[in-house]
Design a protein. Structure first.
Length: 319
């Protein structure tokens, strides 16, 4: 643990590994919390955590999990590794499994433990991880990675997916499923973190293609072609395409596909309309075409997306 710990991430590890049991009821893991300097550790909340074990506890570890801390969210401190943390990591025995939750990946990266490996982190930090450590194969779309004994997870809750994956790998699906049921979480989530990312497109106030884009948004259900948009913008197709790239960073077709996907997401979240009807209203034409787009872009089916986000909307609805 490090100062500024995110308590939920520590709780995830203790809850999941701590409740894993064998057929005879025995604990399958001994979970020990340690810090580079034992004692009172601050968190990002209004309470502290007392950690009695120091870095010597790492010397007999089979698995070491690094949760995130506040410093991981501070750009000035990313890429740096405090001397006590570096010294603690040096105590980990060869062959031990290493893992990080959320931006704890920056600790593994700074220690050189992710070099040449596939890794992920919270989607807001993936680009910075890639920039700071070009030797890492950063995958921004997945919930977790497992590359030759070094594992990383995306945002905080993806730590649950990561821990269940490790339990499943160690002791099989039945044990992992039991832990998931006891914790009231799914044993496996479909797709990656792409489905949780809002993807707005910057819209300049003085954009010359504004009329074309407004028209497109009002007629998404229709089979729009470039000539339609060019007519609304009072310019040639070639000029429209050039202006679109300048103003949105996309071609008109890419922009239109993006807007249709966003509209379909909203309809799935906010209505109970059948998938084929949503596909028609969003301009995909058929449910099959929309399913393919969802799989390619978000990594889940429209039905699975709705199950995740429509359910959330209902649980938080007033009254």
């Amino acid at each position: 643990m490090r100062p500024g710990l995110l308590p939920m991430e520590l709780g995830i590890v203790h809850r999941l590994f701590g409740t894993a049991r064998g057929a005879d009821g025995r604990r399958l893991y001994a979970v020990v919390t340690c810090a580079p300097v034992p004692g009172e550790i601050t968190t990002d909340t209004d309470f502290t955590i007392n950690v009695p074990c120091g870095p010597e506890a790492l010397e007999g570890a089979d698995t070491v999990i690094v949760p995130a801390a506040v410093e991981d969210y501070t750009p000035q401190k990313r890429g740096q590794l405090a001397a006590p943390v570096r010294a603690a990591l040096a105590r980990i025995p060869d062959g031990a499994r290493l893992a990080s939750i959320c931006t704890g990946s920056f600790v593994l990266a700074a220690a050189g433990l992710l070099a040449g490996r596939r890794a992920t982190t919270h989607w807001k930090s993936c680009e910075e991880l890639r920039t700071l450590y070009p030797e890492i194969d950063v995958d921004p779309d997945v919930l977790y990675t497992d590359d030759r004994g070094v594992l990383t997870s995306a945002g905080v809750a993806a730590g649950i997916d990561l821990c269940l994956h490790m339990i499943r790998s160690d002791h099989g699906a039945e044990v992992a499923n039991t832990v998931a049921r006891d914790t009231v979480v799914p044993p496996h989530r479909e797709g990656g973190q792409a489905q949780y990312i809002e993807q707005p497109i910057r819209e300049p106030a003085d954009a010359s293609t504004a009329a074309a884009r407004t028209y497109a948004l009002r007629h998404l259900e229709q089979p729009l072609v470039l000539e339609d948009l060019a007519r609304e913008a009072s310019m040639s197709v070639r000029t429209l395409s050039r202006k679109f790239r300048q103003e949105t960073g996309m071609t008109p077709i890419q922009w239109l596909a993006h807007q249709r996907l966003q509209h379909a997401r909203r309809l799935l979240e906010q209505t109970d309309e059948p998938v084929d009807r949503v596909a028609a209203r969003a301009g995909f034409g058929t449910g099959t075409a929309m399913r393919q787009r969802f799989r390619e872009t978000l990594g889940v089916s429209p039905r699975a997306y709705r199950h995740t986000f429509r359910g959330t909307a209902r649980r938080h609805a007033p009254g």
